[in-house]
Structures are given as structure tokens and as C-alpha cells.
Design a protein around this ligand. Structure first.
Ligand SMILES: NC(=O)C1=CN([C@@H]2O[C@H](COP(=O)(O)OP(=O)(O)OC[C@H]3O[C@@H](n4cnc5c(N)ncnc54)[C@H](O)[C@@H]3O)[C@@H](O)[C@H]2O)[C@@H](O)CC1
Ligand SMILES: [K+]
Length: 501
């Protein structure tokens, strides 16, 4: 897992770092990393470094300082450098002096020759002929969308962009974009990810993020967010070993579907079958249909006569009436980890006495989409991380909020996120598959918070593989249904396990 820290956490860590290493030296380290990645991008995109032209978009603070120092380093590589100052009187003095000493040009964004859009001729020309642009407009102190001049300059950029710390125009904390924002070919950040690199539109605007070491690691503390890596999911995914048998990997019970809606039971049960080698029990009125699709599932007509299980997944398609409520109550009383999804969440929101049925020692996982979350705890709002963290603590449950970026909060405040990169999982029945994956991992004894993260990563990977026919993340895809997603689960598990080798 790797972490993402908020601007406040980063600033606090930087203050501790500056007690040991002078700030100007830290900035030069940061700027040098920016210069290295800018030279690499120049080489990749225009075939050479020396003789090429880099244009720096320089804001009023230290983000601009990084860009100016990076420009000075690029000058040593024979790159022509022009700094476009958005706030000439506030541009970082030392960085400006360093760039000038190194033979860089400095122009104002506006100035007397400004056109109707407020852009001066020299600035327009610098953006026009850039082979690469370094975005030093704003970083950790960004507030709101880009200001008009910055937005107009960014609109005119056609060359590839290296974003310093984060793409300007993206909210550092939520990743939200309100109006214009830089789209970077690469983002160079310092010490660790920021939330905006992994949340909302920020994921797309940041593209790959390179984390430069500026000596911050010792001072960062626990991150605001954790991110899973494929390799660790692959390393932890339960697979049978010599000493295993059909019981030892955990038996999961699936309480889903109804006679009228058997599909959810087939998808959730199938996902549990594909996820691990443990036995899968199904309990509910869709037993015949489930048996027909998955003969390995041990199916019974009701939860009351289902055998022992190590975990339950309950909810999809059970309905929000009396029978669904009794199924949920029985499962909550079973005293094993429960993944409650779909109708279960609506039932829990409508009937608070159901919480009393819960065995206090048995972990509960809730997997709402935004609508179910709202029923349970009100509208999510822009800061999804804080909302999910608060609800997880309130209900003493692991809460997985579905979305393009899935947010998983544990009752103790730990939050992990998984970005689906594209939106292929947004299809009917997709949630039923996720529930089956989570249930199987809970039965295998995986920590509920981690189980949600692992399942979410494999689920989004399966969707991508199904949509692109097994190609890589940026390949062209086609819309999929949940059955295709389910069919790609084994490929997704193989893919992440292969990364672990
Ligand atoms: N303190 C340090 O020495 C270090 C800081 N670092 C750099 O410093 C940056 C933080 O610098 P600062 O805190 O000085 O502030 P920024 O450089 O992030 O922002 C500068 C100014 O831009 C203006 N601004 C805010 N929102 C804007 C928007 N939407 N559009 C246009 N302008 C906007 C504000 O006046 C703000 O003070 C980091 O992102 C990082 O790049 C790194 O070099 C690491 C070392
Ligand atoms: K920036």
C-alpha cells in the first residue's frame, strides 16, 4: 500500500523537514526532480533535449519557485527556457534570479501588449512554441478553479505538460475540477501522493504521478488515504495450498435474489465461486436457477436451513419487505462476518432495530452506492472520503462507497481508495459481483477492510479486461454487462497474482 497526504499534513511535515534542511535546498531537490522528468518527456515527445524549448507557467508561490528552479536546471541541459509570470511582482525571487543567471528568458503573462484575453504577445508566443510546458501555476495552496489569465494560458497549451506537485486547477484535497485545469502528461510530486492524484477528476488530470524523494518521508506520519497496489493484492489473494480442502478456505453463504429476481443470486454466487476455492453455499428462493448456473454451489431454499458458513454476503435482490428483513436478521445474528449490500442497506436504513440483531463481535461490511449511502446517512457531498470515514465510525462497520473511485473506510478511520480508471463497472449487476467477491474473501479470513480493497481492485480490473478484451488500461473498450465482468474475474486474479511474482 502507498499513502496520500493532505496539504496540511504535507505542510506540517515540511516544517519539520526545514528544521533539518534549509527550505531553499529542499526546493532545489524538488525542482531538480521536475527538471529530470521534464527532460525525459522532452526526449520522449520531441526526440531530443538540448535545443528544445521549455515554457514555464509560473504562479505567485513556491509551486512557481519549483518551476523556476527546474528551468535553471534545464538551461544546463541546453534547453531554451522562457518563464511566463502570472504574478510578476510575486514570482519566487530566488527561483527567478537562478533562472536569469542560467540564461533563461522571463516574460509577463499580460503586460502592455495584452490581447483581448489578457495574454501578452511574448507570453502567447512562449506557449505557442513550447516543446514542453512546466505547470508551476499553483500547488498545495490552490483554492478553486484557475483564475482567468491562467485558464486562458492553459487553454492555449498544445505541448505536453509536466505538472509541478499537482495539475493546477485541480482541488488538492478532493480532486474536483471546477472550470479549466491542466491535464498533465506526468505529475511530479514530493514525498508522497496527494489525495487529488487518486480522487475524482484529479486521477485523470494527474496521469502517472512520479513521487520525488525530498527527505520528507521521516516526517509524514499516517497518510489520509491508502492505495492498494496490484502486486500486494496478488500476493494476498487466497489460493489453495497443499494443506487445504474445500472447507479450509472458508465457506461463504450467499443470501441473495428472489424467485422473481434470481439474477443477483447467480451473479453474487458466481463471483464467490470464481473468487476462491472455498465452498459456496446459496440460500434463498433462487436455488434452482443458481444450481443450474453453478452446480458447485450447495443451494438450499432458505437461510434457516443453510449449513455453517464462515461469512455471509446478503442483500442483492432479497427485497425490502418482511421476508428480506427476516433473511437479513438471521444473517446478522449468525455471528460471522457479513457483507450487507443493496436491499440490506435499505432495510438497515429503514429499520434501526435490525442493528440490534447484529453480533457485536462479528465484522459488518456495508457496500452502498451513492443512493443507498444517502438513505443510510444523507447525501455524500464533495468530500467523499470524510463522509465515508464518518459513517464507518458511526455504524462501527467497514463502509465501501462505490463510484469511479471506490472509497473504503474502516471504523478506526483508515481509508483506502481504488480508482477504476474508466467506468466499465458501471453496469447493472456489477455490484452483485462485487458482493460475491467480498463475501468469499471474508470467508477466507481476510481483514474486512482489506477484503473490500482487494475485491474492488480485482473487480475494476476484471471490468477493464472484459471491456478491452484483455488489453492494457488505455486500450479501446466496449460496454460490458455484469456477466462479462464476472467471466473476467479469473483473468483479473491471474493478472494481479502475476504482478506479485
Ligand atoms: N515550502 C517548500 O519549500 C516546498 C514547497 N513545495 C512547493 O510549493 C508549493 C506550495 O507553495 P505555496 O504554498 O507557496 O502556494 P502555491 O504555489 O501552491 O500557490 C501560490 C499562490 O497561487 C494563488 N492561487 C491559489 N489558488 C489559485 C488558483 N486556483 N489559480 C491561480 N492561482 C491560485 C494563491 O495566491 C497562492 O498563494 C507546493 O505545491 C510545491 O510545489 C515543494 O517545493 C517542496 C518544498
Ligand atoms: K502545479
Amino acid at each position: 500500500m502507498y499513502g496520500a497526504w493532505t496539504p496540511d499534513q504535507i505542510r506540517a511535515a515540511e516544517q519539520k523537514l526545514f528544521a533539518r534542511t534549509p527550505e531553499p535546498q529542499v526546493m532545489r531537490r524538488a525542482a531538480y526532480a521536475v527538471a529530470v522528468h521534464t527532460a525525459r518527456l522532452l526526449d520522449e515527445s520531441s526526440g531530443s533535449v538540448a535545443g528544445r524549448h521549455a515554457t514555464l507557467l509560473v504562479g505567485a508561490g513556491n509551486n512557481g519557485g519549483d518551476a523556476l528552479w527546474a528551468g535553471a536546471f534545464l538551461r544546463r541541459r541546453g534547453v531554451g527556457v522562457t518563464a511566463v509570470l502570472l504574478s510578476p511582482d510575486k514570482a519566487h525571487p530566488a527561483g527567478l534570479a537562478a533562472l536569469r543567471r542560467a540564461g533563461g528568458r522571463v516574460v509577463e503573462a499580460g503586460g502592455p501588449s495584452a490581447d483581448t484575453a489578457g495574454i501578452g504577445a511574448e507570453a502567447a508566443d512562449a506557449v505557442e512554441r513550447a516543446d514542453v510546458v512546466v505547470d508551476g501555476i499553483v500547488g498545495l495552496s490552490a483554492r478553486g478553479g484557475l483564475r482567468p489569465t491562467a485558464a486562458e494560458l492553459v487553454r492555449r497549451v498544445t505541448a505536453p505538460v509536466v505538472a509541478v506537485d499537482l495539475p493546477s486547477g485541480v482541488d488538492p484535497l478532493t480532486g474536483a475540477v471546477d472550470g479549466a485545469a491542466v491535464s498533465a502528461e506526468v505529475t511530479v510530486t514530493f514525498g508522497g501522493h496527494r489525495p487529488c492524484h487518486v480522487l475524482g477528476a484529479g486521477v485523470v488530470h494527474s496521469r502517472p504521478v512520479e513521487v520525488a524523494d525530498i527527505g520528507l518521508d521521516d516526517f509524514l506520519g499516517d497518510p489520509e488515504l491508502y492505495l492498494l497496489e496490484d502486486a500486494e493484492v496478488g500476493a494476498c489473494w487466497p489460493v489453495p495450498s497443499a494443506s487445504d480442502d474445500k472447507y479450509s478456505q472458508g465457506v461463504v453463504g450467499i443470501a441473495a435474489g428472489s424467485a422473481t429476481y434470481p439474477g443477483a443470486a447467480v451473479l453474487a454466487g458466481g463471483a464467490a465461486v470464481q473468487a476462491t476455492s472455498g465452498m459456496v453455499r446459496y440460500a434463498g428462493p433462487a436455488a434452482d436457477v443458481v444450481r443450474a448456473h453453478w452446480p458447485e454451489v450447495v443451494a438450499t431454499g432458505s437461510v434457516t436451513d443453510a449449513g455453517r458458513v464462515q461469512a455471509w454476503a446478503v442483500g442483492p435482490g432479497i427485497g425490502t419487505g418482511g421476508s428480506g428483513r427476516e433473511v437479513l436478521r438471521h444473517v446478522l445474528e449468525a455471528g460471522v462476518p457479513v457483507c450487507a449490500d443493496a436491499d440490506s442497506i435499505t432495510l438497515l436504513a429503514e429499520d434501526p432495530t435490525l442493528w440490534d440483531a447484529r453480533d457485536p463481535d462479528a465484522p459488518l461490511v456495508l457496500t452502498p452506492h451513492a443512493g443507498e449511502f444517502a438513505r443510510l446517512a444523507g447525501e455524500v457531498g464533495a468530500d467523499r472520503v470524510s463522509a465515508v470515514r464518518e459513517v464507518a465510525a458511526r455504524f462501527d462497520a467497514v463502509v465501501l462507497l462505490k463510484g469511479n473511485t471506490t472509497v473504503v473506510a474502516a471504523p478506526d478511520g483508515r481509508v483506502l481508495v481504488n480508482s477504476a480508471r474508466q467506468s466499465w463497472p458501471a453496469t447493472a449487476g456489477s455490484g452483485d459481483v462485487l458482493t460475491g467477491l467480498i463475501g468469499a474473501l471474508l470467508a477466507a479470513g481476510i481483514d474486512p477492510w482489506a477484503a473490500c480493497g482487494f475485491a474492488s481492485l480485482v473487480h475494476s480490473r476484471a471490468a477493464l479486461l472484459a471491456a478491452t478484451g484483455g488489453a492494457d488500461a488505455d486500450a479501446v473498450g466496449a460496454p460490458i454487462g455484469a456477466s462479462a465482468l464476472l467471466a473476467s474475474v479469473p483473468d483479473a486474479i491471474r493478472a494481479v497474482r502475476a504482478e506479485a511474482l
